[in-house]
Design a protein around this ligand. Structure first.
Ligand SMILES: [Zn+2]
Length: 307
């Protein structure tokens, strides 16, 4: 697969690591942090609360994280309750009026989206412990959504720091342009994967497969965040055997053993994929992340059976 040229990458990352920055930005996830660094460039200093190798649903709310938040001018977070278990207590502990809900320094990035997937129907029985009550929060794996988020970040950074508003807007446009080229490349490369079926462990991948037009026949996790019943797993296995052309997909951080056993019972390849920037060594940027995911899915498609 063609990779992004070092020149474009350097242009995107220019200034991201600068220490003499103005606006202090705290991002909950590594992907949002990466994006904030691209958009903010030399005008911001970014810290990340949940590293890319940790499941952002469940982060211990350590005092060190509250201290980071205490110094922030801007908090960018995923929203849709992805961080609901740990971010509200951190905001309370941080005692920083700049990032309190409703303040200018509070940016719920999900407000930039034009479409939210897996929204529970009115009156639907969500089941106790379902961790996606407002719909699927994992839009970070749809690059088109991340372009909208970058533009929303640029607008908010410009409000907080009007002197550099044009710079934020210019960098968000550069990201959008880099994405436009890569989108075509990824959408072309994924073609062999479209021919078969996908079984997800968790809904982590729903936006990704929706964007790429992949055929998902189910999730091992019957309800998000709840361990699946043997009966449900059995149904997924039987359906997978009938289809005969399945790839099982799981994130590097979650329940790989269950996903592997299910894949073995189906006789299907298992693709263990990084779900965020920094999930594995060497995945230091968003483009690398999607490059890796697409390449692994294509490799798994080469190992699966036909219908
Ligand atoms: Zn989730």
């Amino acid at each position: 697969m063609k990779r992004i040229t070092p020149m474009i990458l350097a242009a995107l990352l220019l200034g991201a690591a600068s220490a003499s920055a103005g606006l202090k930005v705290v991002a909950t996830t590594s992907d949002l942090g990466n994006l904030a660094a691209l958009v903010g460039g030399e005008d911001v200093e970014v810290s990340i609360l949940c590293p890319g190798d940790s499941d952002p649903h469940y982060l211990p709310a350590k005092p060190s994280l509250a201290r980071k938040l205490g110094k922030a001018d801007l908090l960018v977070y995923n929203g849709l309750e992805l961080e609901v278990a740990w971010l509200p207590p951190l905001i309370t502990k941080a005692r920083n009026p700049k990032v309190r809900p409703g303040a200018k320094g509070d940016l719920d990035c999900s407000t930039a989206l034009t479409e939210i997937l897996d929204v529970p129907g009115r009156g639907a029985d969500r089941g106790q412990g379902d961790i996606h009550p407002l719909g699927n929060p994992h839009y970070n794996l749809d690059p088109r959504a991340m372009v909208l988020v970058a533009q929303r970040m640029a607008a908010r950074m410009g409000e907080l720091d009007p002197d550099h508003a044009a710079d934020y807007a210019r960098r968000a446009d550069a990201f959008a342009q880099a994405m436009r080229g890569k989108l075509r490349e990824w959408e072309t490369a994924i073609a062999p994967v479209r021919a078969g079926h996908i079984l997800l462990y968790h809904q982590t991948w729903t936006y990704l497969v929706h964007w790429l037009g992949l055929d998902v026949y189910g999730e091992i996790e019957h309800r998000p965040g709840i361990a699946p019943s043997p009966k449900h797993v059995q149904q997924m296995v039987e359906r997978g055997r009938e289809l005969g052309d399945v790839i099982v997909v799981a994130a590097t951080w979650s329940h790989i053993d269950v996903a592997r056993r299910t894949a073995e019972r189906i006789g299907a390849p298992l693709a263990v994929l990084p779900a965020a920037t920094g999930a594995e060594d060497g995945i230091d940027g968003y483009i690398q992340l999607i490059d890796t995911i697409v390449a692994r899915l294509v490799a798994a498609a080469g190992e699966r059976g036909g219908p």
